[in-house]
Design a protein around this ligand. Structure first.
Ligand code: SAH
Ligand code: SF4
Ligand code: F3S
Length: 489
């Protein structure tokens, strides 16, 4: 198998006309791939299968839906397990353990490929935007056939064609970020709920974070394009959307005709048939009063806000380049709760950032106590090469960090269960997401505040919004029963 390696480095953005040509080109490769898959089908007597293993955040989950869209359109069939003809790993590199997990896993996959040499293995996503990782895969994981990054995801039909039809090993990365991916076909994981990208990339450069380096500079999509995408989703059965961006609050500032995130949200609420709207992630440094007002007045906007704290110490926040303090964060939470008392607040917290002292950590615990989060994702600081914090002196002592982590989790949990108790006994709308895998005769769904509820029901309810009485709180979720069943039982 010959090897094609390419790193595209052109610095400027592609003009619209060329952009259109590129889209047409990818469409042609898509058509060619259909023939390719059909041929394989004739040869083997079965439809080629694909599987995508997705790591990381909602951005990656959405990208995987685009990859699945292409694979489905060319005639391949999605399968539950990694024993597939085409296996893709959509990677995350936000913490070191994500990388280690992938490499460990690839070792196992190699054995499977030894017995199935026709299998195609591809790696894409954020990790493949790091030159060192690409070199490592290229040289040490020779059985990987296809490598591409987030910036050239849209080129997937062309790259897959090189692999499948021309039998090349393809390693193709791009340093310039462009947004053709908006026009890729999409296969959603869930028929009734979807992510929608509103911005790509990030300009914030928090000193610990690799995302701006692997996702590029922040770009906002035109509001008309976003709204058109949501309208099409609603026509296709979607009831809930999640607007996605690394910092949704900075949406629209650099557009030719600037639009604020609050305005975009307002316009999204006007879409008939759309029932619920979530968004992820609002940065606490620039959450506007106008946004709080839209949340308060628009019932379609879910009663949940994910407001990453990272640290409760103003000193550490400054070293993290977060642009807010302990006090301004707490004041923001108070402002939100004043207007929307029933809102659930969740967060992300990093423990063991370089230079974090016990006193700094106590500040974090203070904020946890004061806010009483419904849930918190807690992470041990992970040193990411290339970020400013990787070169900070006084990297933390692992034993101390482990001890802090334990104390933090205990505190978070005690507040999380209290937050859930508050709504026990109420009857609230639930969007049913799935048949419960553990408890026969039950389904599971989400409240507007994002907590899960399990209650008696069957597959016919999946995708519907139904009123459920929350009969019992179990800390992080509820047991319930449908309102109209109360009279039946
Ligand atoms: N844009 C989002 C976060 C995206 S990354 C925001 O600003 O909130 C998701 C989470 O991963 C971050 O909130 C942070 O808590 C965590 N994270 C990012 N880099 C990390 C690192 N180097 N070590 C540990 N956790 C990290
Ligand atoms: Fe990373 Fe900060 Fe950007 Fe979030 S806002 S993606 S934490 S740099
Ligand atoms: Fe990970 Fe990339 Fe998201 S690094 S957290 S998958 S943007």
């Amino acid at each position: 198998m010959s090897e094609m390696e390419r790193t595209r480095t052109a610095g400027t953005s592609i003009p619209p006309a060329v952009r259109e040509d590129e889209r047409t080109r990818q469409q042609l490769f898509l058509e060619e791939l259909k023939t390719c898959i059909e041929q394989r089908k004739q040869e083997t007597g079965r439809t080629p299968s694909f599987h995508i293993t997705t790591m990381g955040c909602q951005m990656n989950a959405r990208d995987s839906e685009k990859l699945a869209g292409v694979l489905t359109e060319i005639g391949a069939e999605e399968t539950e397990t990694e024993e597939a003809d085409i296996l893709l790993f959509n990677t995350c590199t936000v913490r070191e353990n994500a990388n280690q997990k992938l490499y460990g896993h690839l070792g196992q996959i190699k054995h499977f490929k030894n017995d199935h040499p026709d299998m195609l293995i591809g790696i894409c996503g954020c990790m493949m935007q790091e030159a060192d990782e690409v070199v490592r895969v290229r040289t040490s994981y020779r059985f990987v056939d296809l490598v591409f990054g987030t910036h050239n995801l849209w080129r997937f039909p062309e790259l897959l064609y090189s692999c499948l039809a021309e039998k090349h090993r393809v390693i193709d990365t791009e340093e310039r970020a462009d947004d053709y991916a908006d026009h890729m076909p999409v296969k959603r994981k869930l028929s009734f709920k979807s992510g929608v990208n509103i911005t790509y990339g990030c300009n914030n450069f928090c000193t610990y974070c690799i995302v701006p380096y692997v996702r590029g500079r922040e770009r906002s999509r035109e509001p008309e394009d976003i709204l058109a995408e949501i309208r099409a989703l609603v026509k296709d059965g979607v009831k809930e959307v999640m607007l996605l961006g690394q910092n949704v609050n900075s949406y629209g500032k650099t557009l030719e005709i600037p639009v604020s995130f609050a305005d975009l949200l307002r316009r999204t609420c006007r879409i008939g048939g759309l029932e619920r709207i979530r968004f992820m992630t609002p940065h606490p440094k620039d959450l506007s009063d106008d946004l709080i007002e839209v949340m308060r007045t628009e019932p379609k906007v879910c009663r949940h806000i994910h407001l990453p704290l990272q640290s409760g110490s103003s000193r550490i926040l400054e070293r993290m380049n977060r642009h807010y303090t302990k006090e301004s964060y707490l004041a923001l939470v108070r402002r939100i709760r004043d207007k929307i008392p029933e809102i659930a607040v969740t967060t992300d917290i990093i423990v063991g950032f370089p230079g974090e002292t016990e006193e700094d950590f106590q500040d974090t615990l203070d904020v946890v106590r004061e806010v009483g989060y419904q849930a918190a994702f807690t992470f041990i600081y992970s040193k990411r090469t290339g970020t400013p914090a990787a070169d900070f002196p006084d990297q933390a002592d692992p034993e101390e960090v482990a001890d802090r982590m334990k104390r933090l989790i205990d505190l978070v949990q005690s507040f999380a269960s209290k937050a859930a108790d508050r709504d026990t006994g109420k009857t609230l709308p639930v969007l049913v997401e799935e048949v419960n895998g553990q408890k026969e005769g039950y389904v599971s769904g989400r409240l507007s505040n994002n907590l899960m509820v399990h209650f008696p029901g069957d597959a016919s309810l999946v995708g519907q919004i139904v009123d459920v009485e929350l009969t019992e709180s179990r800390g992080f979720y509820y047991m319930g029963r449908r309102r109209d069943q109360i009279w039946v039982i």
